[in-house]
Design a protein around this ligand. Structure first.
Ligand code: GTP
Ligand code: MG
Length: 195
């Protein structure tokens, strides 16, 4: 995909009304600090349109990026952020849930998990829930630059088993540093745009 334009069009907090968009949407979910905003910057070929931080809990709103007036890339708040209060965690969880449950423009849902670790209970819950709601989540295994190539198959297997994902679930190793996997993700977006 060629990026002709991209801009952060809508930002939704816990009390905002979700936008009624008329373009297809693709959503990126995953625990705090997993690399959602970094991936979105890589997709948009921008260094810092989506705010990235070493501090978990950076993205606390649902951010809709309009790309080329063709598609919305949606950055969801990270879940499982340990330092957040119970109340905050609940409100982010509700926001994510409400969005995934109510938007009729979502055409693909991506779940980001860290390639280095077995999925957390929250990751598994999110995967199961997405599946239950009727999405066919595509798993993105982030920070692939942090492992050796020789560990790749083993880590993917750990992720698949830990999430309880079937053999048909696509798992894409990705690195926002090396851009490994970026073309695969762009192909998914192109497919969404063309359909
Ligand atoms: P929240 O907004 O808190 O939910 O986090 P996020 O999922 O948006 O993560 P973000 O993109 O802000 O990245 C978190 C940290 O991980 C930052 O320090 C990034 O530089 C780092 N990071 C993200 N992607 C990669 C990657 O592919 N490789 C490496 N080595 N570091 C990464
Ligand atoms: Mg973020």
């Amino acid at each position: 995909m060629v990026i002709r334009s991209c801009n952060l069009e809508t930002v939704c907090g816990p009390t905002s009304t979700l936008p009624k968009n008329d373009l297809p949407e693709v959503a990126f979910a995953g625990k705090s600090n997993v690399g959602k905003s970094s991936l979105i910057n890589a997709v948009m070929n921008r260094k810092a349109l989506a705010r990235v931080s070493a501090q978990p809990g950076k993205t606390q709103t649902i951010n809709f990026y309009n790309i080329n007036d063709e598609i919305y890339v949606v950055d969801l708040p990270g879940y499982g952020f340990a330092k957040a209060s119970e109340k905050e965690r609940e409100s982010w969880g509700k926001m994510i849930e409400t969005y995934l449950n109510t938007s009729d423009m979502i055409r693909a849902v991506f779940l980001l998990v860290d390639i280095r670790h077995a999925p957390s209970a929250n990751d598994k819950q999110m995967f199961e829930w997405m599946d239950y709601v009727g999405y066919d989540p595509i798993v993105i295994a982030t920070k692939a630059d942090k492992i050796k190539r020789s560990q790749l198959d083993k880590q993917i297997k750990i992720l698949r088993e830990g999430l309880g994902a079937g053999k048909d679930t696509i798992i894409v190793p990705f690195s926002s540093q090396t851009k490994q996997g970026l073309d695969t993700i762009q192909d998914f977006l192109d497919q969404v745009i063309e359909n």
